[in-house]
Write a protein that binds this ligand. Structure first.
Ligand code: SF4
Ligand code: SF4
Length: 150
């Protein structure tokens, strides 16, 4: 259960997160919306899920302004669909939705699935940063790591 949010707490989180050298990027290609990352993330509301009532929109996204780069989500994601990327590669992005490698996911057709203030990702081009592309180069979104260590 996330800790209650208030303005002072959020401000402290943003300050701490601004020093993070890496951020968690969830690729929606492989994300199943299993919520393991949400359970392990120590920062309340850092990882958010799309509405459960829209089955074609499985997945979660990371709020970069409060991600502290702790790596817990990437380590535990059973579908191996999170990469810790250098902060400068996502410096102009608000959330991991802005950093997607392609725009195949349903959220790009239904941006109303996320709060209005986060919908800037719709106007962005897919991510082409070579560092980010290389980090996802070995991703296998088909075979989950549920039964074996990564
Ligand atoms: S743990 Fe991985 S597959 Fe599960 S919701 Fe998080 S990013 Fe998606
Ligand atoms: S790196 Fe840490 S703070 Fe950032 S989304 Fe993952 S678990 Fe949360």
């Amino acid at each position: 259960m996330p800790a209650p949010q208030n303005d002072a707490r959020r401000a402290a989180l943003v300050k701490g997160a601004s020093k993070a050298k890496i951020k968690a990027l969830v690729s929606l290609d492989g994300c199943t919306g299993c919520e393991v990352c949400i359970a392990v993330c120590p920062v309340p509301s850092c990882i958010e899920k799309f509405a459960d009532e829209v089955p074609e929109a499985k997945g979660v996204y990371v709020n970069y302004d409060i991600c502290i780069g702790c790596n817990l989500c990437a380590k535990d994601c059973p579908w191996d669909t999170i990469r810790m990327v250098p902060t400068p590669t996502v410096a102009m992005d608000q959330t991991s939705l802005d950093s997607q490698l392609n725009h195949d996911h349903a959220v790009f057709k239904q941006p109303e699935l996320v709060p209005e203030e986060l919908r800037g990702f719709v106007a962005k081009a897919p991510k082409t940063d070579p560092v980010v592309l290389e980090l996802f180069g070995k991703q296998n979104p088909v075979v989950p790591g549920l039964m074996s260590p990564k």
